[in-house]
Design a binder for this molecule. Sequence first.
Ligand code: UDP
Length: 323
Amino acid sequence: MRIFITGGAGFIGSHLAQRLIDDDHRVIALDDLSTGQMENIEHLIGNDRFDYRIGSVRDAPLVAELVDRCDLTVHLAAAVGVRLIIERPVHTIETNVHGTEIVLEAVARKQKPILIASTSEVYGKAASPFVEEADLVLGPTSHSRWAYACSKALDEWLALAYAREKGVPVVIARLFNTVGPRQTGRYGMVLPTFVSQALRGDPVTVFGTGEQSRCFGHVRDATEAMVRLMEHASTTGEVFNVGTDQEVTINRLAEMVVSATGSRSEVVHIPYDEAYAEGFEDMHRRVPDVAKLERMTGFRPRIPLEQIIEDVVVHQRAVAARD
Ligand code: UDP
């Protein structure tokens, strides 16, 4: 098949492109390099099954052309990363809402299937473990973090509306904290940040008490789950959590990173109001229920956190040695 990936030079997009090419598919990646980077796809350039275009998902004629050339679209392009979202709320809302509108219009015109990446953020402050049908509990509009959750929830509503009203084959993947090689800490993600701090011997910065918890999933598992969701016709019109349920506090994560790197870094605690700009509210706990994914696809992400940390450390060491 020919597969069009929006955000194809991003962290997840570049891993998905590789996974699909390994399976003999052809991939066209679109990326505006806002948070995506050419280094992510460097190793794919020259492969005759890979093609890329630098441009925006908000460029409707370009999106329409690429949708036309492909059998299936995976929409990953979005403003992501807590730091970016808080610092650039206008960009976040406009990219996420308008970009998705354009992509959905294009696939609807051709009645082509699409997988849309959403986020566990949409659950907001609801109680974990999250099941797909749970109510969404978002915070006030004065806190910019919730604009991200709301923009992605709107993407989901729009996608499901296209599925119901226009018969577009849509599947939605709500990605939980997805980490692995090539992810950058520049936009706030905790694991690459901790690993680079530990490798440099800098203090490892835990925000708040560090007792907040997350479940980290390997990008390899996340892309495998996405491929399975695309392969199973019964997933059409449905929403799926994609993640692991191996829960860890941020304090424990910091300890694990320090030990995996053999670093002498100390772990420091930074109050939220120093860590982020105003308008920040952290989630205390975020755990997915992944039973639906396993039931419908037979797959469940399982790569253990120790292995994930190891892969990130090996990657960052290799990049540092190259530079
Ligand atoms: N975090 C941290 N130090 C950092 C970056 C993040 O302690 O340098 C915390 C953050 O406050 C949150 C958790 O790590 O509680 C996960 O943050 P991330 O931005 O990776 O993902 P999300 O908040 O979207 O789950």
